[in-house]
Ligand binder design. Structure first.
Ligand code: CDP
Length: 224
């Protein structure tokens, strides 16, 4: 893929713990292009909704708040910080409380409409790798390459447990498997842009693959 050609899009979708963000981040670094974690945007909106006590409010009320929610990404030593209304919320958005509510928030029509619009705006004239649930199906249906990552629920829970331990959050593997399965079910069954594989996506099961193996595989699919 020639870097001087702007507007390239690589879509990486899949369920929680399938390795999307790790792979997408490394791939973007290798290709020297922008990386956007669309899940972080849904998580940031969810955090705003929790902190402003809007969880049980109507979709109309939530829609009115959307314009007050500013989400940006800032590169730092640790990678990419997520900024919500000028505050670094990179850690907070990964908490169990946010994970528990995010699927409900992301099933709302106007939340999706707004975030898809923002994701396309960020990508304008950019060579971008974006990961999420609906990138290959809805956000960039014309993406140059679409990857769909999967892994067994057990392995996904073990990976997520490690992430949470780094945030000093503790949860049993069984409880985490249940939470991940609940999120998979909600994300796959929602009405608007559910988690699903785009017809032309390449499926990679990462259960028994190392990060470097997954990257090598993706590399072999990159258009010349
Ligand atoms: O990192 P993990 O795979 O656990 O999730 P994430 O990518 O941070 O996404 C969190 C949640 O946001 C998902 O469970 C979906 O409910 C929602 N999401 C979405 O609906 N569409 C996207 N493009 C990305 C995330």
């Amino acid at each position: 893929m020639k870097l001087e050609n702007k507007n390239h899009q690589i879509a990486i979708d899949g369920p929680a713990g399938s390795g999307k963000s790790t792979i997408a981040k490394l791939l973007a670094r290798k290709l020297k292009c922008l990386y956007i974690d669309s899940g972080a945007m849904y998580r940031a909106v969810t955090l705003y909704i929790i902190e402003n006590d809007l969880l049980n409010k109507s979709e109309n009320t939530i829609t009115r708040h959307l314009k007050k929610i500013k989400i940006t990404f800032r590169e730092n030593k640790k990678g990419q910080a997520v900024i919500l209304n000028n505050k670094d919320v990179s850690k907070k958005i990964r908490s169990l409380v946010v994970s528990k509510e995010v699927s409900k928030v992301s099933s709302k029509k106007n939340v999706r409409k707004e975030l898809v619009k923002r994701q396309r705006e960020i990508a304008k004239n950019q060579f971008i790798v974006m990961d999420g649930r609906d990138i290959g199906t809805t956000v960039f249906p014309e993406a140059d390459l679409k990857i769909y990552l999967t892994a067994s629920p057990y392995i996904r829970a073990i990976r997520r447990k490690k992430d949470l331990e780094n945030l000093s959050e503790r949860i049993s593997t069984n409880a985490l498997i249940k939470q991940i399965q609940r999120r998979d079910d909600l994300d796959s069954s929602r009405m608007i842009s559910p988690l699903s594989k785009a017809q032309d996506a390449i499926v990679i099961d990462t259960t028994n693959l190392t990060i470097s193996n997954v990257l090598k595989l993706i590399n072999s699919f990159l258009p010349a």
